[in-house]
Design a protein around this ligand. Structure first.
Ligand SMILES: CCCCCCCC/C=C\C=C\CC(=O)SCCNC(=O)CCNC(=O)[C@H](O)C(C)(C)COP(=O)(O)OP(=O)(O)OC[C@H]1O[C@@H](n2cnc3c(N)ncnc32)[C@H](O)[C@@H]1OP(=O)(O)O
Length: 728
């Protein structure tokens, strides 16, 4: 775990816990033993700490976190004990850093007396994203190096800094070229004693005159931008303690704030999110088709068809990842509009200093706009982003099949349509796959990849790998109408329209959702995505299923239907783009949503016409109805084999819909509420709303709820031994 060796008078202790040298109990114990061994050896004059493999250390081992009891019992060797041993050691200790030096790893480095790094190293305290704070005195030590304001920014944001930046801040003493170990040993040999100010606990916090002002400003920002999150607030308070209190009291305050977070439900949700994102990328269809064994096709060039909002955003994601793109539109006017859109997105990046003007120009050089689809003949992968219409997509894929080289992967950015039906129009269904981006495609982190019955493992591996290359978080799901994202979101939003039909106004519903932690209420989301888009999808579905949808429709095949959204559409209110939808906006395309009495009249008249008596609906009922409807559909996705584990559904909600990370995702939320309770409330709502089939409880949920025990989320799929798509 920690390997000890001696190079002349220098002891080298190598942290070794692949893949990221997470500081497990075993590694911390090994490190402690190594330092003590060096202290006890009179021939040793200085000590170098270095990481084995790709990183110095990714910080504390998150898998050991649930054992809060270990932390409180203060037994065994902790990061704090080893930290004290390192700091009080009379032989100079040098941390030699490469890869990442995060969290507890950076704390070890700050206990050390000197820090060296290679140019590419990254240093930071990402704890806040796990719902905690740097609990091994990081909040008291970093400010003593970089001052209050920089420490506050680093710890509250969790964002790492580059080695050159760290050098500028004084976190690093030196950036080294060449072999890190050799340079660190050479450096260590020049050291004889440990000066007083090299033990950070002896040093006052510099530049802290305006700490009160910075504290208040940051607190206000956190409350506005990270509404509902407690970790950033505790991080901020802990850093402030470094200024307000002597070191020995500051660390006590840090411990108290750390423990508050460590035992919080938010930390559990955020840590679950960390692991679920990683679990979601590990796709498995069979022993010969899975993320471990299946090989991808390298994507060196790509095509994007459709230069609308989605197509342009997708093109930007590819281009900014260094993949040359041929962008196809049917006529030069639309093509020109797409190019302008791409330029304005990139220009936004320049303004935000995410790239330079010259980098933007270089990116534009690898964009080849064209109106000739034949230009796509030799690209490795194509993403189609045309209008959501099956016939149109089938015609396009049939054309591509004839034009493109045999191994080109053909992707559809459909958000709902069955991939098998699109694949059927080609002679290469094994190369057809769904890549469902979320708008705006260059910003939203989720990529819901969709395989059909004929999609090959190679094709799946290709889009999963490409997703990571273009900095997306991929989830693989099986084809069906709406996949996981839209299937579950549909039930959530439909239930909220029913709530409006029964008594609340759109802004009242949105306020409840935003207080729950959603970044935007569902009606604001509808306005953003376009009321006309939703209307068209409902019309298409109605036509496909052979029924006529009117503003008087109340039931479809016995299922409750709410026509208020259709009435909003009929009033010419298409959402933000027209300046009015469920809300009134300051201008067409504006962002400031205001309550519009005209919308309230449409709703009230709708209820009057149908003879519906409106009632007060509690916050609890609103949350239960939208969340439990989505959760029940999530369980059905598992039953149907559309999702293979709950973590996939949660990752989709976290990164596709901005579900609050501290709640982990809808399925994790269900696990926190308790599946027995969720199941009983679903049965209750089914009794009250028998004409809504999403209240028929999933059998998988029923089995777990009735098992009589609190089944952990990692074991849920055991209650679904034969996932099947038979119901679809
Ligand atoms: C005396 C009593 C009082 C004591 C009180 C105080 C005690 C507490 C003291 C200190 C507390 C410190 C807190 C921390 O240090 S929290 C950890 C902070 N670190 C992080 O958040 C880093 C998380 N990891 C990453 O950012 C990335 O994983 C990275 C290291 C950059 C590598 O990225 P990438 O190359 O993309 O690979 P993956 O993300 O897929 O990771 C590969 C596998 O490694 C696992 N991993 C990574 N980091 C950790 C970790 N810190 N702990 C456990 N496992 C980790 C990850 O899950 C992947 O695993 P798998 O392959 O199985 O999916």
């Amino acid at each position: 775990m920690a390997e000890y060796k001696e190079i002349d008078s220098v002891a080298v202790i190598e942290l070794k816990n692949p893949p990221a040298n997470a500081l497990s109990k075993a590694l911390v114990t090994g490190l402690n033993n190594g330092v003590k061994r060096a202290i006890d050896n009179p021939r040793i004059k200085s000590i170098v700490l270095i990481g084995n493999g790709q990183h110095f250390s990714a910080g504390a081992d998150i898998t050991e976190f649930p054992r809060v009891a270990d932390v409180t019992s203060k037994q065994g060797v902790s990061l704090l004990t080893v930290g004290d041993v390192i700091e009080s050691c009379n032989k100079p200790v040098v941390s030699a850093i490469h890869g990442v030096c995060f969290g507890g790893g950076l704390e070890i480095a700050l206990f050390s007396h000197y820090r060296l790094a290679v140019q590419s190293a990254k240093l930071g305290f990402p704890e806040v994203s796990l719902g905690i704070l740097p609990g091994a005195n990081g909040t008291q030590r970093l400010p003593r190096v970089v001052g209050f304001e920089v420490a506050m920014d680093m710890i509250v944001s969790g964002k790492p800094v580059s080695a050159p930046q760290a050098l500028q801040y004084g976190i690093l003493d030196k950036i080294v070229d060449g072999d890190l170990l050799t340079a660190a040993v050479q450096f260590a040999k020049t050291l004889n004693t440990v000066p007083h100010d090299r033990r950070l606990k002896n040093v006052p916090v510099p530049n802290s005159e305006n700490a009160n002002k910075h504290f208040e400003e940051k607190l206000a920002k956190i409350k506005q931008k990270q509404r509902g999150y407690i970790a950033p607030i505790n991080c901020l308070k802990a850093v402030k303690a470094s200024v307000d209190l002597p070191y020995s009291e500051g660390v006590t305050k840090e411990f108290q704030l750390f423990m508050e977070l460590m035992s919080s439900a938010q930390a559990r949700g955020q840590q679950y999110s960390f692991f679920s994102e990683r679990a979601a990328t590990k796709w498995y269809l069979s022993a010969s088709k899975n993320y471990k064994v299946s090989k991808d096709i390298p994507v060196k060039t790509a095509g994007v068809i459709g230069a609308g909002t989605m197509g342009s955003g997708i093109a930007v994601s590819l281009l900014t990842s260094g993949i040359p793109v041929i962008l196809v539109e049917q006529d030069s006017k639309n093509l020109e509009r797409g190019i302008e859109l791409i330029k304005s997105i990139l220009q936004g990046g320049v303004k935000l200093k995410r790239m330079t003007q010259s980098q933007m120009n270089q990116i534009l050089q690898i964009l080849q706009p064209t109106t000739k689809i034949e230009d796509l003949q030799s690209v490795d992968l194509i993403i189609e982003a045309v209008f959501e219409n099956l016939k149109l997509k089938q015609e396009l894929f049939s054309k591509l099949d004839k034009i493109c080289k045999r191994d080109t992967v053909l992707c559809s950015n459909t958000s709902t349509l069955d991939i098998d039906k699109i694949a059927k129009s080609t002679s290469r269904p094994e190369k057809v796959v769904g890549t469902h981006f979320f708008a705006p495609a260059h910003i939203m982190p989720l990529l819901e990849n969709v395989y059909g019955n004929h999609t090959s493992a190679e094709t799946i591996a290709t889009v999963m790998k490409l997703s990571k290359k273009i900095r997306k978080i991929p989830v693989l799901v099986k084809t069906c109408h709406g996949f996981v994202a839209n299937r579950t979101f549909f039930e959530y939003s439909q239930e909220l329209r029913f709530v409006v039909e029964e008594g609340l106004l759109p802004n009242e519903v949105d306020d409840i959702l935003e207080d729950f932690g959603m970044p935007m209420g569902v009606f604001k989301v509808n306005d953003l995505s376009g009321i006309d888009v939703g209307w068209r999808i409902r019309q298409e579905q109605a036509i496909a299923n052979g029924f006529n949808l009117t503003t008087n429709t109340r039931y479809i095949n016995g299922e409750r239907y709410c026509a208020i959204a259709d009435k909003i559409f009929q009033a010419g209110r298409y959402g933000r783009k027209t300046g009015k939808g469920w809300y009134q906006y300051d201008k067409p395309g504006g962002r400031v949503a205001m309550v519009d009495p005209n919308v309230n009249n449409i709703i009230l008249n709708h209820c009057k016409e149908l003879g519906l008596t409106r009632r007060k609906i509690s916050t609890q009922e609103v949350i239960e109805r939208c969340m439990f409807a989505a959760i029940n559909e999530g369980f059905r996705c598992l039953e149907d084999g559309i999702a293979s584990k709950p973590e996939e559904i949660d990752t989709i909600w976290l990164h596709g819909f901005g579900f609050p990370r501290y709640r982990g995702g809808p399925m994790f939320y269900a696990s926190q509420v308790g599946l027995r309770k969720v199941y009983e409330r679903i049965k209750y709502y089914q009794k009250h709303f028998p004409e809504t089939s999403h209240w028929i409880a999933s059998e998988m949920l029923q089995r777990i709820a009735e098992s009589g025990r609190n089944v952990p989320i990692s074991e849920w799929t055991k209650f679904n031994p034969t996932p099947t798509s038979s119901r679809l």
